[in-house]
Design a binder for this molecule. Structure first.
Ligand SMILES: Nc1ncnc2c1ncn2[C@@H]1O[C@H](COP(=O)(O)OP(=O)(O)OP(=O)(O)O)[C@@H](O)[C@H]1O
Ligand SMILES: [Zn+2]
Length: 402
């Protein structure tokens, strides 16, 4: 036999590039080859989508599809670390594709600069073998789940809020539940907090997104210890994680059960309740006569210093507030007595009978007015339409928008 004869399991170029992965037991050459032949779809190019795409791209996945309709904004950069300042305003799907291609020019990246909905999801998903849910709203979560079940695609699902994150692999293997097996009906839209309200720390989405990428690599390499049928809960504040075993597939599940009633994508916004898809609800609880717009409020404060009650959580109050604002959170409006609220606002010894109420976007301020009216009947409470957001947009563009 000649000295220059050998059997190559992998190309010389790939052996060099991916050598540290090839040396990992249970992954090796077969895992690498499987990755190279894999088509993975990432839905959502935000906090989770950035690490998922970056690690999968670097690891040498054959084809990565990226779906997102949104554009990069400045307040994305603290956690969506794949993006640069000069990409603010650009399409997320395109920018993420460009960035991972720069890192690994061998990748085939498909950009889907669109909103995923019932009309396009089946067509879009059918070209992929694994889907990663990196989105942030319940309606899209059910849509992605159902379409994965209908097309028999495993789903690697992550979520993160504040200090916490969780992930699981759904619909992978015969006993494995789907998202709908565990949550047959959607949560009350009013109880859902997303990171645009509750906030989230960058490293939390970094941890969860990296773990989603790892689950994809494990599925590709046929490693048996995936998170299928389990839910990993990560508590970043305590630095702890735990994994809980989930119930098995529910034979009565409407989509993956023995007699499914959902055989094609449904109307998910209707199913989840109005507001579930919109990040910013726009409540109209009050008559217009009980409300003022920001221009009217500006004129009032030019005449005399008004009493302004700010219902936002104290963390938001600390970010910025008008100098006259007094922080009584919505929770406190509920729990405090009429006397305590009156004291906090300094109403006891004054002639004031008008109080204006402000919040971030004009939803909680209306809820507060309804509560306060009952407690302090002699005071006229009026909310400021659109809250601080409108103040920043229409009155003072130096006021911090968040
Ligand atoms: N139906 C959908 N189709 C396409 N992309 C979606 C869909 N639903 C959510 N997304 C995308 O998922 C991503 C989720 O990212 P993330 O949770 O970091 O929030 P964000 O929207 O970027 O930021 P913020 O919530 O602070 O405004 C977003 O880029 C969003 O546009
Ligand atoms: Zn199910």
């Amino acid at each position: 036999m000649n000295d220059d004869q050998w059997v190559a399991g992998i190309s010389k170029k790939d052996a060099g590039r991916y050598s540290r992965q090839l040396l990992v037991d249970d992954f090796g050459v077969s895992g690498q080859k499987n990755l190279k032949n894999l088509n993975v779809l990432i839905v959502g190019a935000g906090g989770l989508g950035c690490p998922v795409a970056t690690y999968l791209g670097a690891a040498g996945i054959g084809t990565i599809g990226i779906v997102d309709y949104d554009h990069i904004s400045l307040d994305n950069l603290h956690r969506q670390v794949a993006y640069k300042e000069d990409q603010v305003g650009k399409s997320k799907a395109q920018a993420l594709a460009d960035n991972i291609k720069l890192q690994n020019s061998d990748l085939n990246v498909q950009v889907h600069n669109t909103s995923l909905d019932s009309s396009n999801a089946m067509q879009l998903f059918k070209n992929y073998e694994i889907v990663c849910d990196c989105t942030d709203n319940v309606a899209t979560r059910y849509l992605i789940n159902d379409v994965c079940v209908l097309l028999n695609i495993p789903l690697v699902s992550g979520s993160a809020l504040r200090w916490d994150g969780q992930l699981s692999v759904y619909h992978y293997g015969s006993d494995c539940p789907c998202y709908r097996c565990l949550f047959p009906s959607p949560p009350d839209p009013n109880s859902v907090t997303n990171c645009n309200e509750g906030g989230v720390l960058g490293p939390i989405v970094g941890v969860i997104g990296s773990m989603q990428a790892l689950e994809v690599m494990k599925i590709a390499a046929k490693v048996r210890t995936t998170l299928a049928g389990q839910l990993l809960l990560f508590d970043g504040r305590e630095g702890k994680s735990r994994t809980i075993r989930l119930r098995k597939r529910d034979p009565k599940c409407e989509v993956c059960g023995d007699n499914p009633t959902i055989t094609a994508p449904i109307d998910y916004v209707l199913f989840c309740g109005a507001g579930a898809h919109d990040k910013i609800e726009n409540l109209k609880l009050l008559e217009l006569s009980d409300r003022v717009n920001v221009t009217e409020y500006r004129n009032k404060r030019r005449e005399q210093k008004p009493v302004l009650l700010d219902t936002r959580p104290s963390l938001e109050f600390e970010i910025a507030h008008l100098p006259e604002a007094i922080n009584v959170t919505l929770k406190e409006c509920r729990s405090l007595s009429a006397e305590d609220i009156s004291n906090r606002l300094g109403l006891q010894n004054t002639e004031h009978s008008d109080v204006f109420v402000i919040c971030h976007r004009g939803n909680d301020s209306q809820r507060a007015v309804l509560l306060l009216r009952e407690k302090l009947v002699d005071i006229k409470f009026r909310d400021i339409i659109g809250g601080y957001e409108q103040w920043a947009l229409k009155i003072n563009d130096m006021f911090p928008l968040y």
